[in-house]
Design a protein around this ligand. Structure first.
Ligand SMILES: [Zn+2]
Length: 88
């Protein structure tokens, strides 16, 4: 009798855990959290990996390098960075 109760409790807990996980995944799908994929807001200050200057993301030059989104303060820095890394 007690074993049955234990199994039942385990099943209920398992179902509850699954539902909770699904709701969490659904929420993330509806409103993805900013910090999860490392993205920054439009007005956040970010650093140019080429010259080290800080600038606002919305004023930067966006580029995808090795599958990663990188922002530069200017097109010149973008070009220099690509050349220094041998990216054509
Ligand atoms: Zn720069």
């Amino acid at each position: 009798m007690l074993v049955r109760l234990l199994i039942f409790a385990l099943l209920v807990w398992g179902a509850y855990y699954l539902v909770k996980k699904m709701i969490g995944a659904y929420r993330d799908y509806l409103e993805p959290r900013q910090d999860q994929n490392g993205s920054v807001s439009e007005t956040e200050l970010i650093r140019d990996p080429q010259c080290g200057a800080y600038f606002m993301k919305q004023q930067g030059v966006k580029a995808v390098i090795d599958g990663r989104v990188v922002y530069f303060c200017s097109e010149q820095c973008h070009e220099r960075y690509r050349q220094s890394r041998g990216v054509k």
